[in-house]
Ligand binder design. Structure first.
Ligand SMILES: *Cc1c(COP(=O)(O)O)cnc(C)c1O
Length: 411
């Protein structure tokens, strides 16, 4: 029997059959038995596929879609995403090696991030991936290493624009930033690049993350294209790539609504049409992490103890902030809010009660749900945290208090 969604939560994309959440076509209880332990993260392969397909339908056909691996670097997820998108964006040498194990051609992998080591640059140059330059010193290093290796590194200039992405959860441009080269310095850097053995590919302009306002994203995209076209006048070669970033957010909390990607797609088509002659065939790229994978993943832990302290119910579970820092509210959040949570093996229950879900760590920060309305749960039940496909395990302090590791599966 398929029942409706629980009333106490935001909608989620997973079916509920016989009162049990299903992921990847499997009942959660059966998946837990298959994995053989809790806690675990589970990612739904079909949801990942659907998300990319639906998004592509809304974007101009000539825009390339890249997956920013840092959102979820699990190798199986990256393998799957590589078969769906046009490119991968990596932010460390380890991510680069995972990306190079996929079907993605090296020329469609780009490497961004400040503080790249010489060994990272050498690997990237040998692999033939595009290096997004974060500073002039990095440009000189890449050129020198390329010369030593007898190769011409492919480089793009990451620009710190003079505008910021309004209303984004995490601003990564505008003002003084450690990311990219300030827009006003770029013309001179490009002039000096002309004297180096580097293949100029284009620009990378990433202005922020977790944005749910289509108008803000549209505004940043318009400004990014205009800025890149201006800077391209100073470039030593024609622009072949223009990465205009991403920043597409997903709703986590009550009152947040899904991003209007229809509006963004239509506006982007207009922007590209207007700039067509000046873009002259440069490949326009959107790089998305969280938006592509965030909703397809859940974190699952088991209730170990149920206790009442001065009238408050606490469900003590075997997972916590060491696996899911973001759900505990300690990953850059200003105000702690509950992620959507459910009792995965008892999705519907007549008796809702107010409970706090806490982990095993000896710190009050280890809080996965604070005074939430949940169906009655006992030791042995499975607590599910939705919207956990991005910035989950890899964004958590997994060694803190030396608890057991979480499993990760793609189903
Ligand atoms: C973090 C990051 C991304 C991914 O951001 P999401 O919010 O997950 O889409 C993309 N590009 C760069 C350069 C980043 O630093």
């Amino acid at each position: 029997m398929i029942s409706s969604r629980p009333q106490h939560n935001e909608p989620h994309p997973f079916p509920v059959i016989d009162n049990c959440l299903h992921i990847g076509g499997l009942a959660l209880t059966r998946l837990a038995a298959r994995i053989g332990k809790t806690p675990f993260y589970a990612y739904d392969r079909q949801l990942l596929t659907d998300k990319v397909r639906v998004l592509r339908d809304k974007l101009p056909a000539d825009v390339h879609l890249h997956y920013a691996m840092k959102a979820n670097p699990m190798p199986a997820v990256v393998q799957h995403m590589a078969s769906l998108v046009d490119g991968l964006d990596v932010a460390s040498a380890v991510e680069m090696h995972v990306a190079l194990d996929t079907v993605m051609p090296a020329a469609r992998i780009s490497f961004a991030g400040p503080g790249k080591q010489e060994s990272d640059l050498a690997c990237a140059i040998a692999a033939g991936i595009v290096i997004n330059l974060e500073s002039e010193l990095e440009m000189q290093r890449a050129a020198r290493i390329g010369t030593q290796m007898g190769m011409v590194p492919q480089v793009a200039v990451r620009v710190n624009p003079d505008f910021e992405l309004k209303s984004s959860g995490m601003k990564m441009s505008g003002g003084a930033k450690q990311f990219g080269i300030d827009a006003e310095q770029v013309p001179n850097v490009l002039k000096r690049m002309a004297g180096l053995d580097l293949a100029f590919m284009g620009f990378h302009i990433f202005s922020g993350s977790q944005n749910l306002k289509a108008e803000s994203i549209m505004d940043a995209q318009e400004k990014s294209i205009a800025l890149a076209l201006d800077l391209a006048e100073h470039a030593p070669a024609p622009m072949q790539l223009l990465n205009i970033g991403g920043g597409f957010g997903i709703p986590y909390f009550p009152g947040e609504h899904a991003l209007d990607v229809d509006a963004i797609g239509q506006n982007l088509a207009k922007l590209l049409h207007n700039a067509k002659s000046r873009l002259a065939g440069a490949q326009v790229i959107l790089e998305l992490g969280r938006y592509l994978v965030g909703e397809a993943g859940i974190y699952v832990c088991r209730v170990i103890d149920r206790k009442i302290s001065r009238g408050q119910i606490f469900l003590v579970v075997d997972g916590g902030l060491h696996h899911h820092l973001a759900a505990s509210g300690n990953f850059g959040q200003v105000i702690r809010k509950n992620y959507p949570v459910a009792v995965g093996n008892a999705m519907q229950h007549d008796a809702l009660e107010t409970v706090s879900v806490v982990g095993p760590l000896c710190t009050p920060l280890d809080l996965l749900a604070d005074k939430m309305q949940l169906p009655h749960a006992e030791a042995g039940d499975l607590i599910v945290i939705f919207q956990s496909g991005a910035y989950g395990l890899s964004a958590s302090p997994t060694h803190f208090l030396s608890q057991a590791a979480a499993a990760e599966v793609l189903v």
